[in-house]
Design a protein around this ligand. Structure first.
Ligand SMILES: Nc1ncnc2c1ncn2[C@@H]1O[C@H](COP(=O)(O)OP(=O)(O)OP(=O)(O)O)[C@@H](O)[C@H]1O
Length: 693
């Protein structure tokens, strides 16, 4: 208890946004659990953020409570499902759910929307004009209809019943009406087409902008995001925004103009009846806004639930080999089913809620129409209104009724679209901390690729409580092979990430060729200087040829073959029926582990980088495969500055320098013979490994 209290006091003394490396490093060395520190720091930061944002949190809370009426309906159904699946992987789903519900919806800046629409303003104006004109015609048509009925009624009155109507007399009114219908059809075509063009182009722009931005964001961003979430923003959210934009502008604008125009028409037709009809409006607005709030809350929770089901599926597909090898298909399927049923139950309730709302609204508004009919017949009998006038009043009132129910759907959809756009722009507006194209490229002739880590302090942004490096100093001389070894989780891979500038040191610096990495052009650094051969070779779903060429698209087929020959890959690739054109699956399925590694080595060799990082494979290869890979690697490293992460110490005995990484720094260094003589950490590691072997 005292221990925890002292830990909390020490952690609480950290300033927000800063990392006290000495303190954290001491806490870790003294046995404090880093995950406990991790938990406390965000807690402290969350608390202060909560206090700062209290007003918006309060709003959110009241919004959630407003959904209580309908969420009560959901409880019994969900309980039943929960009981059935209590012994499945619920905790994973619970975790995802907590994350989803804790997400605060981002806001949308109008300037972002404006920037997106600006290139298509011409289409937008044409669409708006056509939609408004269509709406005005919708107002005008009932009046013209009334005019036609009045002229027919006039003829019948003049001629008496039983005579055929002289078409010539009603022709002008009929022609006007037909022309209006034709114009209305043409205008409808125009606004739908213009909005379609604009919506599709804006959605394409948004997708491209978002994808481009995501590709350039820092690694720290990816540490905190799920890839499924990113693709959902690229596809679903953009789609939602596009559809709702089109609907809002076309139907929303049209209905608003229609309601306003129809209202004016009603007053012109009969101010008295308009006054009576309008008495119903406040009731509609009040009931509409209460139901709207309830439905919005339910809709948000239903959407979050759907996202949970998608996350479960994404994880299962992404880790399909693990799922298979632990025979967890049934459990994964049950978990997915449980989340899908839960989502479906919520969607059903939402559907039911919308049904109740719309049925009630229709019933009420139809009652209003009956009232109008009753009032109208009274006015008809006193001669205060013509039959055509009553007909126009009824059609106009019904147009308003339809428009209002249309408007409530449009509002729901535009809210969804607004939220979706906000979510897209939330990522599209992020600025990468590490800019790719800024900085210098050292000319080839004066470039000596020696690397220095000088007093580097580092924590991962997603784990601010865990110090990875405290005052790390490490030198990798040009043209030498430096191997990193040490216990697991001590930071060997992190050194390579800092060298590739995936992350920035908190303090201290990393230099290459005498220049701080921050001064160098990152694109040049990654594409021309550093080559990486990682533990898990990553292949794309394309031909072997294109996989090797990845990173140097301008390389000729012959250069690709030459790289494959050096990497001992040419022979097995040529033996495939389609040779270099063989398509490999997303994760290089249909290639063996050793073959994948040799393709990855060929890819790195094609770049011919002066600095090579080798994250040695831990996966066991058979003797022949290992010999081929090792042979390829020996060729790959000759004449280069090489940083090797060694998992099996037997592979690094010939390295020029071996560094043991421990406790946030280099604990020991020298060549194999020196370190064995010293009988220190390296010696102990070698002993431990040979005992295990
Ligand atoms: N992306 C990340 N975000 C947060 N913490 C990370 C991340 N990657 C690694 N870590 C943490 O940083 C520490 C160093 O990890 P690193 O992968 O560099 O160790 P390593 O020595 O290469 O381990 P191994 O030998 O097991 O591969 C570990 O405690 C790890 O949990």
């Amino acid at each position: 208890m005292l221990h925890s209290f002292s830990l909390f006091r020490q952690v609480s003394s950290l300033h927000k946004g800063s990392t006290n490396f000495r303190l954290l490093s001491n806490l870790q060395k003294n046995g404090f659990n880093s995950s406990a520190i991790d938990k406390l720091i965000p807690f402290r930061q969350k608390l202060s953020t909560w206090l700062k944002q209290d007003s918006s949190k309060a709003k959110l809370l009241s919004f959630r409570l407003s959904g209580l009426g309908l969420s009560l309906l959901a409880v019994p159904t969900l309980r039943r499902i929960e009981c059935k699946s209590a012994n499945t992987l619920n905790r994973r789903a619970e975790h995802i759910k907590r994350e989803k519900l804790a997400e605060v919806e981002p806001g949308l800046a109008l300037s972002d929307l404006w920037a997106l629409m600006k290139p298509y303003l011409g289409w937008f104006l044409l669409a708006v004009v056509s939609a408004v004109a269509t709406a005005m015609l919708n107002v005008e048509i009932p009046l013209r209809l009334g005019e036609l009925i009045n002229s027919i009624a006039g003829i019948i009155r003049e001629q008496g019943a039983g005579h055929a109507i002289d078409i010539g007399v009603i022709q002008p009114a009929a022609t006007r009406l037909v022309s209006l219908y034709v114009i209305q059809a043409a205008l409808t075509f125009c606004y739908i087409t213009f909005l379609s063009i604009m919506g599709e182009r804006m959605a394409a722009d948004l997708r491209v902008k978002l994808f481009d931005r995501l590709l350039h964001l820092d690694m720290a961003f990816y540490d905190a995001q799920k890839t499924g979430e990113l693709s959902s923003r690229l596809s679903l959210d953009v789609h939602e925004f596009k559809s709702s934009f089109k609907l809002t502008v076309s139907q929303g604008l049209k209905t608003l103009v229609q309601v306003a125009g129809c209202f004016v028409s009603l007053i012109r037709l009969s101010p008295k009846m308009t006054g009576l009809t309008m008495a119903a409006v406040p009731i509609v607005i009040l009931v509409g806004s209460i139901c709207g709030a309830l439905l919005r809350s339910l809709s948000r929770r239903a959407q979050a639930q759907q996202a949970i089901a998608s996350s479960v599926a994404d994880e299962a597909f992404g880790n399909i080999r693990t799922v298979r090898s632990f025979a967890m298909e049934q459990q994964e399927s049950t978990l997915f089913k449980q989340e899908v049923i839960r989502g479906a139950a919520m969607q059903e309730q939402l559907g039911m809620g919308i049904g109740v709302f719309q049925a009630g609204t229709n019933l009420f508004l139809n009652g209003v129409v009956l009232g109008v009919l009753y009032g109208g017949s009274q006015l008809l009998s006193t001669g205060d209104m013509s039959p055509g006038g009553l007909m126009s009043f009824l059609v106009t009132a019904q147009t308003i009724q339809k428009s209002l129910s249309q408007l409530s759907i449009v509002m729901g959809t535009s809210l969804k679209g607004w939220t979706a756009a906000a979510r897209v722009f939330q990522f599209a507006n992020l600025v990468p901390g590490i800019q790719n194209s800024e900085g210098i490229c050292i000319p080839h002739h004066s470039f000596v690729p020696d690397i220095h880590f000088e007093n580097v302090n580092f924590v991962y942004p997603t784990r601010p409580g865990h110090v990875v490096f405290h005052e790390l100093n490490l030198t990798i001389p040009a043209g030498k092979v430096v191997a990193l070894c040490g216990p697991s989780g001590e930071g060997k891979s992190t050194i390579t990430s800092l060298l590739e500038r995936f992350y920035e040191p908190h303090s201290g610096r990393v230099t290459l060729g005498g220049k701080d990495l921050r001064e160098l052009n990152t694109e040049w650094l990654r594409s021309k200087v550093i080559g990486l051969i990682s533990q898990e070779p990553v292949l794309f779903h394309t031909s072997i040829l294109e996989n090797i060429r990845y990173g140097r698209p301008e390389a000729t087929d012959e250069e690709v073959r030459e790289a494959a020959r050096l990497a001992n890959a040419d022979e097995f690739v040529s033996n495939f029926p389609h040779g270099y054109q063989t398509i490999v699956g997303e994760r290089g399925t249909q290639l063996s582990g050793g073959q994948k590694q040799r393709v990855a080595i060929a890819r790195a060799l094609l770049k011919s980088p002066p600095v090579l990082i080798l994250d040695e494979a831990t996966s066991a290869l058979d003797v022949e495969s290992e010999r081929l890979v090792r042979d390829a690697l020996d060729r790959a490293i000759s004449g280069r500055t090489v940083l090797v992460i060694a998992h099996r110490l037997s592979t690094i005995q010939n390295a020029d320098i071996i560094c043991v990484i421990k406790n946030g720094g280099v604990a020991e260094q020298g060549n194999h013979r020196e370190l064995m003589r010293r009988k220190g950490l390296y010696y102990a590691l070698v002993q431990a490994q040979s005992t295990n072997d």
